[in-house]
Design a protein around this ligand. Structure first.
Ligand code: NI
Length: 140
C-alpha cells in the first residue's frame, strides 16, 4: 500500500453520529478504513456504468431443480456465453432448491445483460448480481 494522504472531512454532527454507530456495528476500527471502502465501492459502481469497462462479478440464483427445463436452459446459456462465464458453483440447498453462484467477467454492458437474462429466466426464484472489480482497479 502506498503512503496515505491525510485530509479533513466536514459533515453534520447527526450524520457523523449515524456513521459512527454503523461503523461500530459492522466492525470498522477507524473512519479512515470505512471511508476508503466507501470510495472504492463508489469507484466500482462508476466502472460498471461504463459500458466498455472490464468488470467482474457474481450472479447468485436460486431455482427449483424439479424444473428440468431450467437446468438445461442454464447450462446451454452458460456454454453459449463461455467467454464471459468463468465458473459456476452449485449447491443443493434442500430437497427442492438449487443455488448457483456464477462468476461473470467482461465488458460491463455485456455482463450486466447476461446477468439480467439469467435472473429473469423462467424458473429462477431469486437472483442478484454482485458487481466488483479486480484489485488493480480498487486503487490499493
Ligand atoms: Ni442442486
Amino acid at each position: 500500500m502506498e503512503k496515505v494522504t491525510r485530509f479533513s472531512v466536514s459533515m453534520e454532527p447527526r450524520l457523523l453520529r449515524a456513521f459512527d454507530r454503523r461503523l461500530g456495528k459492522v466492525g470498522y476500527d477507524s473512519r479512515s478504513r470505512a471511508i476508503a471502502d466507501i470510495v472504492r465501492s463508489y469507484l466500482v459502481d462508476e466502472q460498471w456504468q461504463d459500458a466498455g469497462a472490464q468488470v467482474v462479478g457474481t450472479v447468485t440464483i436460486v431455482y427449483d431443480h424439479h424444473d428440468r427445463d431450467i437446468e438445461q436452459r442454464l447450462t446451454e446459456f452458460q456454454h453459449t456465453h463461455h467467454d464471459a462465464i468463468a465458473c459456476t458453483t452449485h449447491v443443493h440447498l434442500d430437497h427442492h432448491d438449487c443455488l448457483e453462484v456464477i462468476v461473470v467477467r467482461g465488458k460491463a454492458a455485456k455482463v450486466r445483460a447476461l446477468a439480467d437474462q439469467i435472473i429473469t429466466a423462467p424458473g429462477v426464484k431469486h437472483g442478484r448480481l454482485v458487481c466488483t472489480a479486480a484489485s488493480g482497479q480498487l486503487h490499493d
